[in-house]
Design a binder for this molecule. Structure first.
Ligand code: WT7
Length: 685
């Protein structure tokens, strides 16, 4: 009765995540912990009412007021040209001032970053707000005076989880240089394509980093990135390389002048330099974050300064509930949007103490996170369901063996199923912490659905209601609103703009309109934002109490361990292998990672199937995208199930990969191939 009915999802024949979502029954509400202080700003009477729909958009001024502005805005929202919006129009500010300078009076000596190297023998290193200020200024001064960087020019950062990454982001922000951080686990090729697409003037990278006890070299990736970008017609002017450990180069590879330079040496003359923060318009681009979509080409999601930063600060304030006394640890990587908003911009804007951990949660053993939390006194902890599942599986009693003091535990990136939720709540939080399942996306800048910590009852397996000022809806195939409590799944949309919303796709405004708005827009000429609901790409159901349960993507995006990959992107990588004729990549349920990609390929005539060929496909995916995109299996098949018009029916392959009946085959031109594929996959042959 309370199971969502996925039949009605606006997804089609794709076999998207929402189609294969493992549904769980609606769970009863869990009251917020009683022994917890009720956060006064969240418990404030009238807060919800102030953010009611009829007060849109004025209520978002409250978020902007959390920031320091050079000049106050005249207009909250300019929606004259939907779906292109400008927030806090007329206002000017600087993100590095908000995240660093403004905390100096009073908090100069307080920790901004607490860096925890992966090697446990290396003690945590504290970077105070004063030191952060010095380092941001030095790098900004070098970029501006040494290299002549000018506001608006892009900088790609291929950096791992050390303080150098937030320092580089904030130095860019100080000058108005939009940064494009590429996750350090992405390959050199993926980095090169992003350098070319963003037309970045500079690449800042590192000699390498430590991961799972091993040294990972990034020098080779930088070399490849340069060559790929060059081949695309846009090589970066300079490649600036930092050593992972100051004063100690680990890579043998020589720096090739004049393009490559040792950034540590370059900075020598700027250590005590001060670089004035540029006063920037609220709609100046702050950063690009490339993410996967339905096509083979990743898109540069552009976030603009004032709206994004206000939304980051506001949601961090109300939903991560941080204040300067908190020791806060978000275990995500800054190379993803979670790290941008909830490691760097949100927490630093509020002057919090932010833990930055270099390595993986299970190194050297799955109790490491609890040792770190105990040692540093972490009060608020943020991670992904995949990490929780891993830690639970490997050391179910691990948290109980440590004296941790969490008051708030948050989760992001994928659905957290009730079983995992209860472990997080009972074992990690000892039943005394709030647990938040926060739902959002790269495009949304910050959290869109969550319960309020310490206030709202929690519901395991449900993200909760829209956050303050966000009023999501579920729509059916025809765009009609599905009312709460109807148990019908549909497309999750946000029917109004909000400050954290992406500004556009870098260099491709048309794709922005087509991807996010075309589906439910009925009058393309309309200048009323009400006609431009934002399509999230997720399927969801809304319970009678207004809480949303996210089922997963209804497009060709696969969420692997909370990381977003495009099925088409992986398919393009398969097709680079000689002999491969066709490729189809589908999501398969995984007990730890949520979902994993699985690949089906067919061969050109004259090419013989072999395990080596399947290996070559896997290696092509790793080198084009990165190890995270590695498929669980590469099935070489004689033919793909196809419609009469020649379209591959991924839905059928996805059903087979997930052990479900392949469903209706009447539209297939070649139904006979299905039984053979099924037999092979079932017998893991
Ligand atoms: C997709 C966005 C924004 C954080 C990191 C991922 C899925 C995200 C949840 C959640 C169920 C979730 C959605 C979404 N997702 N959070 N709490 N419950 N699903 O950002 O890489 O842009 O991926 O992640 O499918 O669309 P992203």
């Amino acid at each position: 009765m309370d199971m969502p009915d996925p039949e009605r999802l606006p997804a089609s024949d794709r076999g998207g995540e929402a189609d294969i979502a493992v549904h769980w029954p609606e769970e009863p509400l869990v009251p917020p912990p009683r022994n917890l202080r009720r956060p006064p700003h969240i418990a404030e009477p009238g807060l919800r009412e102030r953010f009611r729909r009829d007060r849109f958009p004025a209520y978002f001024d409250e978020y902007a007021q959390l920031l320091t502005w050079n000049r106050r805005w005249d207009r909250t929202l300019d929606s004259d040209h939907p779906p292109f919006y400008r927030w806090f129009v007329g206002g000017t500010l600087n993100a590095s001032v908000n995240c660093v300078d403004r905390h100096l009076p009073g908090r100069a000596g307080a920790p901004a970053l607490i860096f925890v190297p992966e090697a446990e023998a290396d003690p945590p290193q504290i970077v105070t707000y004063r030191e952060l200020f010095d380092r941001v200024n030095a790098l900004a001064a070098y970029l501006a005076r040494g290299l002549g960087a000018v506001a608006g020019e892009r900088v790609t950062l291929h950096l791992p989880m050390t303080p150098d990454l937030p320092v580089a982001m904030l130095a860019c922000a100080r000058l108005g240089l939009p940064h494009s951080v590429v996750f350090s686990g992405f390959s050199g090729e993926a980095c090169g394509l992003r350098i070319a697409d963003s037309r970045s003037r500079f690449l800042i990278t590192m000699d390498g980093y430590f991961r799972n006890g091993r040294w990972v070299d990034l020098r080779e990736a930088a070399d490849r990135a340069y060559r790929v970008a060059h081949a695309q017609g846009h090589a970066p002017e300079r490649v600036l390389v930092l050593p992972r450990t100051p004063g100690h180069w680990r890579s043998e590879r020589p720096l090739r002048a004049p393009v490559e330079a040792d950034l540590e040496a370059e900075l020598a003359g700027y250590r005590s330099a001060r670089e004035p923060a540029r006063e920037l318009a609220s709609d100046h681009p702050l950063f690009l974050m490339y993410t996967s979509g339905t096509t083979g080409r990743p898109k540069g999601v552009q976030h603009n300064l004032g709206g994004y930063l206000a939304y980051a600060a506001g949601t961090t304030y109300y939903y991560q509930d941080l204040d300067p006394e908190d020791v806060y640890w978000c275990m995500a990587d800054i190379g993803w949007i979670t790290g941008h908003t909830y490691i760097v911009y949100g927490p630093l804007a509020l002057g919090a103490q932010v833990v930055l951990y270099e390595g993986i949660p299970t190194y050297p053993d799955p109790e490491r996170p609890w040792r770190i939390a105990e040692r540093l006194g972490v009060t608020v902890f943020h991670t992904s369901p995949t990490a929780i599942r891993q830690l639970r599986r490997l050391a179910p009693n691990g948290p109980g063996r440590h004296r941790t003091s969490f008051r708030l535990l948050t989760s992001v990136g994928e659905p957290i199923e009730p079983e995992t939720w209860h472990w997080y709540h009972a074992e990690v939080g000892r039943g005394a912490a709030s647990v938040l399942d926060t739902w959002w996306q790269t495009e949304t800048g910050g959290i869109l659905c969550s319960t309020a910590p310490g206030i709202d009852p929690m519901k395991p397996g449900s993200a909760g209601p829209g956050v303050l000022g966000i009023h999501p809806q579920i729509r059916d195939e025809d765009g009609r609103i599905i009312p709460p409590g109807s148990h019908r799944a549909g497309a999750l949309v946000i029917p109004h703009p909000w400050p954290g919303q992406m500004a556009t796709i870098w260099g491709d405004p048309r794709r922005y309109v087509e991807t996010y708005f075309q589906r439910f827009n009925t009058s393309p000429e309309s200048t009323d934002w009400n006609d431009w609901p934002y399509l999230t790409g997720d399927g969801a159901v809304q319970a009678a109490d207004g809480y949303f349960r996210i089922l997963g993507r209804i497009d060709d995006v696969i969420n692997v361990a909370g990381h977003r990959l495009g099925a088409k992107e992986i398919e393009s990588a398969c097709l680079t292998v000689p002999g491969i004729a066709e490729a189809a990549v589908v999501p398969v349920n995984d007990p730890v990672k949520g979902r994993c990609p699985e690949a089906y390929v067919s061969l050109r005539s004259g090419t013989d199937p072999s395990p080596e060929l399947a290996d070559r496909v896997t290696r092509a995916i790793e080198s084009r995208i990165g190890k995270i995109a590695r498929p669980t299996h590469v099935w070489i098949v004689a033919d793909m199930p196809k419609t009469r018009s020649g379209k591959i029916l991924r839905r059928v392959l996805s059903a087979i990969s997930n052990g479900r009946p392949p469903g209706d085959l009447t539209t297939l031109a070649n139904p006979e191939v299905v039984a053979e594929i099924e037999r092979r996959v079932r017998s893991k042959d």
